[in-house]
Design a protein around this ligand. Structure first.
Ligand code: IPE
Ligand code: IPE
Ligand code: MG
Length: 245
């Protein structure tokens, strides 16, 4: 069972186009699929679900489409469909360019759901992986300028502690719908060893069974993290490391 599943919810526009509808109808149908997926995640006891809702590159789209997406995000977060469930909501992304009322609402939900523990649902809104890395580098630079860190000794752990969400675990399964095989600037730090899973279905056609299918596929994968297959845990020194003689 993965701890952290991250999803690139792609295909809303094509779903609408296939039905002769405007693209924003695809995004609206996509919001229903989000609810479905969250219910499915709770049912199987998933701890972390991270959803890519708006990228830093999506601002290249028509203003009408962007406004429709932002309005939809506002109304979904405002409707609070998971209020009676043990779901902690977090927002990952930059506040720049987002409407202040949406930012305020996201921060309010983060505060009010802070003590919930079953599922952490992270919505990536105005999120870009390079933006995240750049902001982390700036935070590291501030720490070194204050003399809190020695630049010659900066470790991966130091970097991870300066990420905008230092407690976000690595992604175990990175799933993208919509028949494209790319990661589109999503979670480059956390997904370095993620299992990749690409499916042809368009996001609005997705329901909880697709999440379960994704998790089943994950359970069949063999993860090595650079080690050789089936390498036993190296005996601890207390258990008698052979090098101790
Ligand atoms: C994903 O669906 C949602 C967002 C990027 C906001 P798309 O809108 O990219 O749908 P397609 O890829 O054009 O079908
Ligand atoms: C990735 O989808 C972003 C989101 C799902 C929010 P895109 O549709 O924007 O990605 P590209 O442009 O096909 O790479
Ligand atoms: Mg797309």
């Amino acid at each position: 069972m993965p701890t952290h599943v991250a999803v690139i919810m792609d295909g809303n526009g094509r779903w609408a186009q296939q039905r002769g509808l405007p693209r924003h109808e695809g995004h609206r149908a996509g919001a229903t699929a989000v609810r479905e997926t969250v219910y499915g995640a709770l049912e199987i006891g998933l701890r972390h679900l991270t959803l890519y809702a708006l990228s830093t590159e999506n601002w290249k789209r028509d203003a009408d489409e962007i406004h429709a997406i932002l309005d939809l995000l506002h109304s979904e977060v405002s409707a609070d469909p998971f209020q009676d469930l043990d779901v902690r909501l977090r927002w990952h992304g930059g506040a720049d360019r987002l409407p202040t009322d949406l930012v305020d609402l996201l921060r309010l939900r983060e505060r009010t759901t802070r003590t919930r523990t079953a599922l952490t649902l992270t919505m990536c809104i105005n999120y870009g992986g390079r933006d995240e890395i750049t902001r982390t580098a700036a935070a590291l630079a501030r720490s070194t300028a204050r003399g809190q860190l020695d630049p010659d000794l900066i470790s991966e752990k130091d970097f991870a502690q300066h990420l905008p969400h230092p407690d976000m675990p690595d992604v175990d399964l990175l799933w993208r719908t919509g028949n494209e095989q790319r990661t589109s600037n999503f979670l480059p730090w956390h997904a370095t060893y993620a299992e990749l899973y690409f499916t042809p279905n368009l996001w609005p056609d997705t329901d909880r069974r697709d999440l379960w299918q994704a998790v089943t596929e994950y359970s069949r994968r063999q993860r090595r993290h650079g080690a050789t297959p089936h390498q036993p845990e190296r005996a601890s020194r207390a258990d008698g490391d052979p090098r101790d003689g």
